[in-house]
Structure formats: C-alpha cells, structure tokens
Design a protein around this ligand. Structure first.
Ligand code: ZN
Length: 280
C-alpha cells in the first residue's frame, strides 16, 4: 500500500489535484462495480470535475500503473462491447459483427470506440478482474455493455421480466435446459461469446419435447433462425412428470410457466396439480 500511496502522491503532482484526489478516494471507497471500466467523462460529471482534466488524470494514473486502460469497440445497436484491447493498434478489423443484433459495423472512432479505465489488480482487487466469478446480471453490467449505457440499479428486475431461463456453464461444460416456449420470438444468447440463436416460435402448441443443440465458442458463425412450436403441457402431463422426478428422489422441481398473468392455468395448477403432487 505504501507504493500505491507514493504513486498517488506523484499523480497529485503531475495531474489536476482535485481529479487525482477524487480518483484516490474512489480507489479506497467506491464499490467494485464503480472501479470496473470507468468512463472518465461520466466520472467527471459525477464528481463535479473538469472533463478534460479528469481524462488527463486517468491517463496519468494509467501511466503510473494505478489503472489499466481499455479500448472497447461497441455495437451501435445494443451497446455491447464487441472487442476490448489495451491498445488502439489492435482495432484493425474492417468490420465488427454483433451476433445479438445480427449486423456488421465498420468501426468508427467517434461512434463505436470508447476508452475506459479499470483499477489495476495490484492497487485493488475487484470482482471485475475475474469476470467468470461475477453474478450473471453483473457480468452484463460490467463486462457485456459499454460504459456509456446507463443501466438502472434494478437491472436484475428488468432481466427477470424477459428471461425465460438461464444457466451458467464452466468451460467445456454441457447442460440441458428444459423450458416451455411461449408463442413469441425468442433469443438464445450467451453474453461471453455473444453467440446467438433466434427461435421463431409459432404454430399450434405441441406436447412432445422439441430439442435444439447449441455450442458456444469463439467462432464467429452468423446468427441463424430456427422455427419451433410453442410448448403445451396438460395437468396430467405435469403430474406424471413430477411422479417420475419423485421416483428418482427429486424433492424440488422448478417449472417455467409462460403467461403467468392468465388466471386459468394458475387455477388448474392449484386445483388439479398441487393436491396430486403433494402425495408423492
Ligand atoms: Zn449489438
């Protein structure tokens, strides 16, 4: 810590004193989230600092190894970070594809590239240094989206509104996710590799299981669309399924129930399913 103190001492001499003090205070007191991919313009506005002096102070802090600078190529559609690098030199591709937006963009410095500053792990270790340990919503907030996207503190609630189901996988891990598809256009999306599969759910509901396999890797395959039928389960189907689960020792089963705002399926659940399943 002595070394860090000394470096902040140098920063106060080489950059604007107020900006340097605000940065030092943030390193000591701000949350992990606030020290990951700092947008210097946003930081200046929040702390009542001069924009250009704040940017200069962060650049000095980077030179002193207090911070790490990142050049991020952003998708103009969703605001996601398509590529991040410590130097501008590596932004060499003619076009960057966003698989979530299924569109390609020519990188333009003004609109698509942002510079952010993250506290150095030697100065303070934050969760964002190990993105794989972040909870899903924080991964989206701190790593997926660029720093200019103004995300609410209630991001978790917004996610819950439009997420049918989600699962976290370790490298090379496989999982089977069983969901009942609503009669809508659905996206299967991985925020780490940005792999996306569009699913156009239409037609008459079917009770048979429909399967779709997907591999997430760094190959930039174009986003495709498959058509699937909406799912349908009868009360007797749910009861039989629970019986099978109970037979192998499963005590808790979590169901995905689309259209929870409709009262009829809930009534069927209470009247027919719960009393039958309670006996298993
Ligand atoms: Zn996008």
């Amino acid at each position: 810590m002595k070394e860090t103190e000394a470096l902040f001492g140098i920063l106060k001499q080489s950059a604007d004193v107020d900006c340097a003090a605000a940065i030092e205070d943030a390193v000591s007191n701000a949350s992990d989230r606030d020290l990951c991919r700092i947008n210097a313009v946003d930081f200046a506005a929040k702390h009542g600092l001069d924009e250009e002096r704040a940017i200069a102070a962060f650049l000095h802090a980077t030179r002193l190894s207090l911070f790490e600078m990142s050049w991020n190529v952003l998708c103009p559609g969703c605001g996601g970070v398509l590529d991040a690098s410590s130097t501008l030199k590596t932004i060499t591709r003619d076009e960057y594809d966003c698989r979530l937006c299924a569109a390609g963009y020519k990188p333009t410095l003004d609109e698509m590239v942002e510079v952010t500053f993250t506290v150095s792990p030697r100065v303070r270790r934050i969760a964002g240094h190990s993105p794989d340990t972040l909870p899903e919503v924080e991964y989206y907030r701190q790593i997926y989206w660029g720093s200019g996207v103004d995300l609410p503190d209630t991001l978790q609630d917004s996610f819950a509104e439009f997420t049918i189901d989600s699962i976290e996988l370790a490298p090379n891990e496989k999982a089977v996710l069983s969901v009942q598809l609503p009669n809508e256009f659905v996206l299967l999306f991985d925020p780490v590799t940005h792999s996306t599969q569009f699913i156009d759910v239409k037609g008459e509901p079917v009770r048979e299981r429909q399967s779709l396999a997907m591999v997430f890797n760094n190959l930039t395959t174009p986003t495709g669309t498959v058509e699937l039928r909406p799912g349908a389960m009868t009360a007797s189907g749910v009861i039989a399924h629970c019986k099978a689960l109970a037979a192998v020792g499963v005590q808790h089963a979590i169901f995905n129930m689309p259209n929870v705002h409709e009262i009829a399926p809930l009534e069927v659940f209470g009247r027919e399913i719960i009393p039958a399943v309670a006996g298993f």
